[in-house]
Design a protein around this ligand. Sequence first.
Ligand SMILES: [Zn+2]
Length: 251
Amino acid sequence: MTDVVAFDDVLIKALREAKNVVFFTGAGASAESGIPTFRSGADGLWGDFDMEDYATSEGFTRNPKKVWQWYRDRRQDMADLQPNTAHNVIARWQKKASNVTVITQNIDNFHQDAGSDHVIELHGNIHQFKCLNDHPVVASSVNTLDEPPLCEICGSLVRPDVVWFNEPLPQEAFEHAEMFSRESSVFVAVGCSMDVYPAAFLPAFAASSGAYLIQINPEVSAFDKYAHTLRGKAGEVLPQLWLAVWGEVFS
Ligand SMILES: [Zn+2]
């Protein structure tokens, strides 16, 4: 049974009249599709795996083949999973209003799979590849290989194009994310824990320009203090929000 969310009139008006809207999604948005979140423990992505081995450039350099195959396994796990209602509502929102930008911390490509076409990926994409010197590599030429090939341009190892724990965010993606956040009139954080910087600066950029901040999250987060919080799962809250803003049932 889905809990019914009561929406504030001010929030609905802000969304309906927004000049620019940003949807900023985190692990919580994809968790509803069955993607494990970046936690340790039985239900987390890392489980018994040591993230030092699988999510740092040192780990990759120590054992490229092991890390390469681990990501291939994760892609195979994801092949059975699909975008959920949250991704679908956001994609539809982009078509309904022309001023919607999606910024995501997720690497699963689910926003694009759901039909979103303007997605800023802060942590890369598990289906894309680059070499250790950042030359892009065509995915279809490498994604089924048993071990990482060498870059045709510079000869260095090819790796998944995801941001590992000891690495900065991709500069261009972050600059775009900052720009769209600053230009937003409504900033909606969906399933974000807001404890990972610099991504957690984005709502602050939005707020500094006067944006109305909304959070959709079933769990208490550091963002509760600053945002109008809609407590619940994204896949349940967003269709209700759609109905409240656009006056039509999301289906
Ligand atoms: Zn290269």
